[in-house]
Ligand binder design. Structure first.
Ligand SMILES: NC(=O)C1=CN([C@@H]2O[C@H](COP(=O)(O)OP(=O)(O)OC[C@H]3O[C@@H](n4cnc5c(N)ncnc54)[C@H](O)[C@@H]3O)[C@@H](O)[C@H]2O)C=CC1
Ligand SMILES: O=C(O)[C@@H]1CCC=N1
Length: 273
């Protein structure tokens, strides 16, 4: 059921790339007005872009906690313990605390927060900023369907939002949180291939970006398996199969599977698992 988010106050501790991506998604939904969002960071460096969209800013983490109810923890994983130590005294049972820190488990968050705190763990990705993120969250022991529903409602304009078991969060980090960067690397390399064949770089990059976008939209919107769509592009004896053969020789599949595995394991390592 849709909730009225009109007056809900949303806070971010940490004003970096991911806080900005999620805040943009939330603001673009139009359900929360910029004046009801507050962001904290120790320096002015990252706060300007929030000020530009009318969001309130501060250097004081406890101020964010005091004036907001939904609180995103958007600092690097190793900063989480010191931030939680700093703000714990002003956390109340009414706060809904959402960590986006890679690897940091619900158990760790609940151990560092006052007993009874409502916690959710979210793994977003950067395309939230253009409302095309892929987000997976899980609930902590005190967060119920109401909190999950509120989070879904808040993030509705960030992209695909799924709930799953905590065991999937690190895997999602390897697949999608980090996966965005693998796609950029592929796009970059494809454009470089085109430059090698004589196309100007700017044109090659524009076409590579549109190719990734088009392929992604078709994959998502058709609901077809990627292998089927790949087969649809291949003319027997045509160009694509020659290109695919070159990718197979380069070990693209093994490299991509290995990338998801390595990043997942790194997330587990960050969480001390
Ligand atoms: N960048 C990405 O694509 C993704 C990042 N994440 C997670 O999001 C979190 C933030 O990552 P980014 O936004 O990339 O990092 P970032 O480096 O862009 O931002 C971190 C922010 O935290 C602030 N900060 C540092 N110490 C602080 C303190 N003591 N109190 C308050 N703020 C403090 C910094 O000034 C900065 O604004 C990380 O835990 C990361 O694992 C999750 C998914 C994707
Ligand atoms: O590289 C990282 O650790 C973060 C988490 C997922 C994407 N960026």
């Amino acid at each position: 059921m849709e909730q009225d988010l009109g007056e809900i106050k949303v806070g971010f501790i940490g004003a970096g790339k991911m806080a900005h991506g999620i805040a943009q998604g939330i603001l673009l939904s139009g359900k929360v007005c910029p004046g009801n969002v507050m962001v904290s960071a120790p320096s002015l460096n990252n706060l300007g872009k929030f000020k530009d969209c009318g969001v309130r800013t501060t250097h004081c983490n406890t101020e964010v906690v005091r004036v907001t109810r939904v609180l995103f923890l958007a600092v690097k994983p190793h900063i989480i313990p010191s931030v939680l130590q700093e703000v714990s005294a002003v956390i109340t049972p009414q706060h809904i605390i959402i960590s986006v820190a890679a690897g940091v488990t619900v158990a760790t968050l609940e151990r560092l927060l006052p007993t009874g705190s409502m916690v959710l763990r979210l793994m977003p990705n950067l395309p939230c900023v253009v409302q095309e993120g892929a987000l997976l969250f899980c609930r902590g022991t005190r967060a119920g369907p109401g909190e999950a529903g509120l989070l879904r409602e808040l993030l509705a304009s960030c992209g695909l939002v799924e709930e799953g078991p905590e065991a999937f969060i690190d895997i999602h980090t390897g697949l999608s949180g980090s996966g965005v960067a693998y796609v950029y690397m592929l796009a970059e390399a494809m454009a470089e291939g085109a430059v090698k064949m004589g196309m100007p770089s700017a044109l090659a990059n524009r076409i590579a970006a549109q190719t990734v976008l088009g392929a992604g939209r078709l994959l998502r919107d058709s609901g077809q398996h990627p292998a089927q769509l790949r087969a649809d592009v291949c003319t027997p004896g045509g160009t694509t199969i020659f290109g695919l053969h070159a990718l197979e020789r380069g070990g693209l599949r093994a490299a991509a599977m290995g990338a998801v595995e390595a990043a997942t394991e790194r997330a587990r390592e960050l969480g001390g698992k």
